[in-house]
Design a protein around this ligand. Structure first.
Ligand code: AP5
Ligand code: MG
Length: 191
C-alpha cells in the first residue's frame, strides 16, 4: 500500500504521518526530514539544498526524485509507505508513477489535509519559537505557501484524473481528532 499525505506547510503532514506509522504500520517517508538530515550532515545534497530550503523554495525535481528512488524499495518492504512532502510537483508525481509502475504498483490513496491559512501561520510561528527550523521565518513561510499554491496543489488533480481516491480531511482540532478522521478515510478508501 502506497499512500500520500498531502497539504500546505504546517497542515500536520509530519505529525499525522508519524502517528499513522506508529498505529497503522505504514512507513513514514518525509522528503523534508531527509533533506534536513542531509543539511545537518553537510553532505553534497545538503549543501545544494540548504539555501533553497531556507528561502522556502522547492529543491530541483531531479534531486528529490533521486532521493525517493533510492529509499522507496526498502520502505516498501513492510506493510506500506506513507509519503509526506512528496510528490510536490506534476513532474515528481509522474516520476513516482513510473517508479511504481516498474514494480506493478501504484499510489493507492491520497489524504489531503484542509487547514485555514491563518491557523497554518500560527502553528508554524509557534514551532519557530520551540524548534527554530531554518525555513520557519515569515518570509520563508510566505514563499512556501506561494510554492504550494503555484506548483503543488495541481498534484491533487493528477491523482483525481487517475481515479486514485483523494480523501479531503479536516485538519483542524487536536492531533488525535485529525488522526481519527484519517483512520476513517483510509479505511474507506482502502476498502
Ligand atoms: P517539508 O518539510 O515537507 O515542509 P512543509 O511542507 O513546509 O510542511 P511542514 O513540515 O512545515 O508542516 P507539516 O504539514 O509537516 O506539519 P507538522 O506536522 O510539522 O519541506 C520543507 C522544504 O524542503 C520545502 O520547502 C522544500 O524546500 C524542501 N522539499 C521537501 N520536499 C520536497 C519536494 N518533494 N520537492 C522539492 N522540495 C522539497 O505541523 C506543523 C506544526 O503544527 C508543528 O509544530 C506541530 O506540532 C503543530 N501541529 C500539528 N498538528 C496540529 C494540530 N492538530 N493542532 C495544533 N497544532 C498542530
Ligand atoms: Mg513536515
Amino acid at each position: 500500500m502506497i499512500g500520500v499525505i498531502f497539504g500546505p506547510p504546517g497542515s500536520g503532514k509530519g505529525t499525522q504521518a508519524a502517528r499513522v506509522e506508529h498505529e497503522l504500520g505504514l512507513k513514514h517517508l518525509s522528503t523534508g526530514d531527509i533533506l534536513r538530515h542531509e543539511v545537518a550532515e553537510g553532505t553534497p545534497v545538503g549543501r545544494e539544498a540548504a539555501r533553497i530550503m531556507a528561502a522556502g523554495d522547492l529543491v530541483p525535481d531531479e534531486l528529490i526524485v533521486d532521493i525517493v528512488r533510492r529509499r522507496l524499495p526498502e520502505a516498501e518492504a513492510g506493510a506500506g509507505v506513507l509519503l509526506d512532502g512528496f510528490p510536490r510537483t506534476l513532474r515528481q508525481a509522474q516520476a513516482l508513477d513510473r517508479m511504481l509502475a516498474d514494480e506493478g504498483h501504484r499510489v493507492g490513496f491520497v489524504v489531503a489535509l484542509d487547514v485555514p491559512e491563518h491557523d497554518l501561520m500560527d502553528r508554524i510561528l509557534h514551532r519557530a519559537q520551540v524548534q527554530g527550523r531554518a525555513d520557519d521565518t515569515r518570509e520563508a513561510i510566505a514563499e512556501r505557501m506561494r510554492e504550494y499554491h503555484k506548483l503543488t496543489e495541481a498534484v491533487l488533480d493528477h491523482y483525481r484524473r487517475q481515479d486514485v481516491a483523494v480523501e479531503r480531511v479536516d485538519g483542524t482540532g487536536t492531533p488525535e481528532q485529525v488522526f481519527e478522521r484519517i483512520r476513517g478515510a483510509i479505511g474507506l478508501s482502502s476498502g
